[in-house]
Structures are given as structure tokens and as C-alpha cells.
Design a protein around this ligand. Structure first.
Ligand SMILES: [Zn+2]
Length: 160
């Protein structure tokens, strides 16, 4: 059995008059995130971790933001397609661990719902998707509430 790990990082800036999507769910907040897609920064970091584990380049390579096809797209579709790519290449999902860095809003109450949502999209167990929330102690762009940064690792396996 081959076991591979991948790492993903993404950041999006806050913008007025945008809805906030994180971990596949909509969260009520006074700002959303700027982006070509729905700007779900958590899903983007997770996709990059999965693609990295399989050595399949990155999310921008597969779903370019210059393409009209992906304008305002629901990132859950990108995650489902990423899982298709992983499985087509002979891998199955092991687990993921994700850290969201945001000063506001407080995310802990939403984590179980995000886990359930992502597990459904990926067709995996919610218990294999860990999501953690932290602040940046008011330092840097996260601390100034200019945006949200997400780090993710994912483990995949093949029977090769
Ligand atoms: Zn992104």
C-alpha cells in the first residue's frame, strides 16, 4: 500500500456585498470573501492538499480562474471533481486536517456542519475531516480582518 501526504494553502481577502462561504456552508457575516468562484478558501486549500498528495498540480491548473465556466462557481463542485481526479488516479481518501485562520467570525459553532457537508461532497466519513479554527492574535492581514487564510493537509492511499 502506498501512502501519500499533500499540503494546501489559500488566502482570500474580505469584500463588501459578498456572501461568506466556508467549508461548503454559508455563514452569516457582514463581509464575504473576494474571488472568481464563491471564494470558499477552506475548500480551495483542501483541494490543493488532495491534488498535491496525488502530484496532480494545483486547483488553478485544473479550474483556471480565467475561465468563464468557473465564475461564481460553488466550490463544492470543484471539491467533488478533485475527488474524482484522486479516485481516477487509483487513490482513496485517508484523512484531512484543516486549520482556518480568521479573526472573525467565530467559527467553532459551524465546524460540525462543515464536516458533515464536506464529507457528503467527498463521499467520505465526517470523522476523517478535521477542521480547526484559530485567530492570528490581531497580527498581520488575518489579525486586521482583511481576509482569511487556510492551511490543509490530506492523506491518500493506493493499493499499488
Ligand atoms: Zn481560493
Amino acid at each position: 500500500m502506498k501512502i501519500r501526504v499533500g499540503f494546501g494553502y489559500d488566502v482570500h481577502a474580505f469584500a463588501e456585498n459578498r456572501k461568506l462561504f466556508l467549508g461548503g456552508i454559508q455563514i452569516v457575516h457582514d463581509k464575504g470573501l473576494k474571488g472568481h468562484s464563491d471564494a470558499d478558501v477552506l475548500i480551495h486549500a483542501l483541494c490543493d492538499a488532495l491534488l498535491g498528495a496525488a502530484n496532480l498540480r494545483d486547483i488553478g491548473y485544473h479550474f483556471p480562474d480565467t475561465s468563464g465556466e468557473y465564475k461564481d462557481i460553488d466550490s463544492k463542485i470543484l471539491l467533488a471533481r478533485t475527488m474524482d481526479l484522486i479516485r481516477k488516479n487509483g487513490y482513496f481518501f485517508g484523512n484531512a486536517d484543516i486549520t482556518v485562520c480568521a479573526e472573525k467570525p467565530k467559527l467553532n459553532p459551524f465546524i460540525p456542519e462543515m464536516q458533515t457537508c464536506l464529507a457528503q461532497v467527498m463521499a467520505v466519513e465526517a470523522g476523517d475531516i478535521s477542521i480547526k479554527a484559530t485567530t492570528s492574535e490581531k497580527m498581520g492581514f488575518v489579525g486586521r480582518e482583511e481576509g482569511i487564510a487556510v492551511y490543509a493537509v490530506a492523506l491518500i492511499q493506493s493499493n499499488e
